[in-house]
Design a protein around this ligand. Structure first.
Ligand code: UTP
Length: 293
């Protein structure tokens, strides 16, 4: 049953309207958390989970993501001439040598499900991962969220989606799941609904941006009609998938920050900055003066 997770898909063709005007020219995924863009944190998590093919589903305005993982010839030459070896290493190793980036165009933003479907020709054998880079998950005590999910999939088979308890008042912002508990952090799904109001939500377990999916999902996405917001929803295809084969909801170890929202983005930045060996203690010392205003 165990298959290595080789391909991870990054649907990054959304418009990023919540960060305008910052995202008018700069893709949301290029916004930095400390010194690394969101897309770099996500790529690192995929590589740590064993992936060797990273499929970026982009639109025409996301050229910077392509450039980020490409060779920066002039910059590298300068750093090399200046003897700046450690910076050169950082610039060169946005991806390890054995990892291949692939760029796929989503011509129009028809939704997350449609973006995943666009990746189909680039996805190899076996189950594949999906990471939404604006859901940043930090786990300082063990493997990253996607590596945890790959291990669950290798053990249980089927598909695995990441969930966490959300505030009941916020259920209408998430896909919400229901099902039967397999263990403390694992549930076999019996249902999934996109953005239900709190009074009709089957639970407060919300889907967050990590999935390990069986390739059957592509056939189902082909047939999925436009759902909530006129978009092709990944949730709707997963709802059909769970009628055919096991789909598990997994409560990952780690803390998630919704970096698609201003609050989550700032919280993640503050957390990383406070833990940073270079600036952490100075920042901590300056916090009282920042909060007294
Ligand atoms: P969001 O709902 O966060 O939308 O998409 P968004 O456009 O990125 O941001 P806002 O809400 O306008 O600020 C969830 C994920 O799905 C991708 C996005 O890039 C993001 O990673 N997505 C969404 C696509 O790739 N294509 C789409 O058509 C829609």
């Amino acid at each position: 049953m165990s298959t290595r997770l080789r391909t991870v898909v990054f649907p990054v063709a959304g418009l990023g309207t919540r960060f305008l005007p910052a995202t008018k020219v700069v893709p949301k995924e290029m916004l930095p958390l400390m010194d690394r863009p969101l897309i770099q944190w996500a790529a690192d998590e995929a590589v740590a989970a064993g992936a060797d093919t990273l499929v970026f589903v982009v639109n025409r305005n996301k050229r910077a993501i392509n450039d980020h993982f490409d060779t920066a010839f002039e910059l590298e030459q300068r750093l090399e001439r200046g003897g700046k070896q450690s910076l050169l290493k950082i610039v060169r190793e946005t991806l390890p040598a054995h990892v291949k980036p692939v760029f796929v165009l989503q011509p129009e933003a028809h939704g997350l499900g449609h973006a995943v479907l666009c990746a189909r020709p680039a996805v190899g054998e076996g189950p594949f991962g999906v990471i939404l880079p604006d859901d940043f998950i930090l786990n300082r005590t063990g493997p990253g969220a996607l590596a945890q999910m790959a291990a669950v999939q290798a053990r249980e088979g089927g598909s695995v989606i990441a969930v966490e308890p959300v505030d009941w008042k916020d259920t209408a912002r998430y896909g919400i799941v229901s099902g039967d508990e397999v263990s403390e952090c694992l549930m076999r799904l019996s249902g999934i609904v996109e953005k239900p109001r709190p009074d009709v939500a089957p639970s407060n377990l919300g889907v967050v941006g990590r999935y390990v999916l069986d390739k059957r999902i592509f056939d189902l996405l082909e047939r999925t009609q436009r759902g909530a917001g006129g978009e092709i929803q990944l949730t709707d295809a997963i709802a059909t998938l769970l009628g055919e084969q096991p789909v598990y909801a997994y409560r990952f170890q780690g803390t998630r920050y919704d970096c698609g929202s201003k609050l989550g983005y700032v919280q993640a930045t503050i957390r990383l900055a406070l833990e940073d060996p270079e600036i952490g203690s100075e920042l901590r010392a300056s916090l009282p003066s920042l909060t007294q205003r």
